[in-house]
Design a protein around this ligand. Structure first.
Ligand SMILES: Nc1ncnc2c1ncn2[C@@H]1O[C@H](COP(=O)(O)OP(=O)(O)OP(=O)(O)O)[C@@H](O)[C@H]1O
Length: 314
């Protein structure tokens, strides 16, 4: 992005003249994320403007656009890029910023907002604004699913099938309830039956659901991998072994009470590389969005990403 395009797209002027060394904050906003949360963006921008920072807002035009915009950022002009959207938008922005040294901040506008919870940020736009201008920089790492970056998790099995069935239009209007609708559809007319197999550093595990995660949380605030940390380069595999409807109900109950990883019939493994295979055409879920089909190979990326964490985070 050159100086003239920055100038042309500047949405707000600073309240005070920027001091030497003050750089621009670029907000990359996914307009289809968080339909009911549009006021949050306004509140966030108002709070940022009060700090006198130069702010540019760019709306994404479609899938992949956030990566493209983030990858074009010139670190001499932009100090922080804010991913304003759900976990899918944050993943795309992180992908574009990796290795650039430009800081990634988050305004959570999605339905699950797992990364915001991992950062200890919560959902308040005021807290997000504070964390954007007064935060601690920490290095994090993405995972790689084949050659694409992800920040949180990859999974295949029942959850990926539900995500694949969830209409983004319905999700925009009714939020999390759209997943419940898709789950009922999946229950009544299951597709892509058959177990998923994970080759975990060479050892085989199979199950109806296999999650490979870099994050502690899953589907919102629920902790499935207490040892995980996006600042480390570790992967964790979570593989419930029970089959069938009643096992899934039991696992759902354990998930909602943060006990999934403690159940005796749930395999938990730390891993360096995982190859997921399964029925042909079976969908894969990455950071809450559908992304391609099995098979996939998952490992950790070595390229650092500079992430802004709230000051009070451990
Ligand atoms: N302008 C756009 N039109 C349509 N899709 C877009 C646009 N910009 C981004 N996207 C896509 O929207 C998808 C969903 O975005 P995101 O995950 O941020 O929101 P969400 O689905 O509402 O949140 P959550 O994942 O928490 O449910 C992303 O995969 C992204 O590629």
């Amino acid at each position: 992005m050159d100086a003239s395009s920055l100038q042309a797209e500047t949405e707000s002027r600073p309240a005070a003249e920027p001091q030497p060394g003050d750089l621009t904050i670029l907000v990359i906003h996914n307009p289809v994320a968080g339909f009911w949360q549009r006021s949050k963006l306004r509140i966030y921008l108002r709070a940022l403007r009060k700090t006198g920072r130069r702010i540019i807002v760019r709306k994404t035009a479609g899938p992949g656009d956030a990566t493209f915009i983030a990858a074009e950022v010139d670190p001499r002009q932009v100090e922080t890029v804010v991913a304003a959207g759900g976990d899918g938008t944050i993943r795309e922005v992180a992908d574009g910023l990796a290795g650039s040294g430009v800081r990634l901040a988050v305004l959570p506008l999605g339905t699950a907002n797992v990364l915001a919870l991992e950062l200890g940020l919560g959902f308040s736009p005021h807290a997000a604004a504070r964390a954007t201008v007064n935060a601690r920089e920490k290095i994090g790492y993405a995972g790689l699913v084949d050659n694409r970056r992800f920040l949180l998790m990859v999974s295949a099995g029942v959850d990926a099938r539900v995500v694949a069935r969830t209409s983004s239009t319905v999700k925009r209007y009714i939020g999390k309830a759209a997943y419940a609708v898709a789950a009922v559809q999946e229950l009544l007319r299951p597709r892509w039956g058959g177990p998923i197999t994970a080759l975990v550093d060479g050892a085989e595990i199979s199950g109806d659901l296999i999650i490979v995660t870099r994050a502690q949380r899953y589907a919102g605030p629920f902790i499935i991998a207490p040892e995980a940390d996006i600042r480390s380069r570790r992967l964790y595999v979570i593989a419930p072994q029970g089959r069938g409807f009643w096992s899934m109900i039991r696992y759902a109950a354990a998930l909602f009470t943060n006990r999934l990883s403690t159940l005796p019939d749930v395999i938990v493994r730390e891993a360096k590389e995982v190859v997921l295979t399964g029925p042909e055409g079976h969908p894969v879920q990455v950071d809450g969005d559908p992304m391609g089909t099995l098979p996939v190979t998952i490992r950790c990326d070595e390229t650092p990403i500079t992430i802004l964490w709230p000051q009070d985070h451990r």
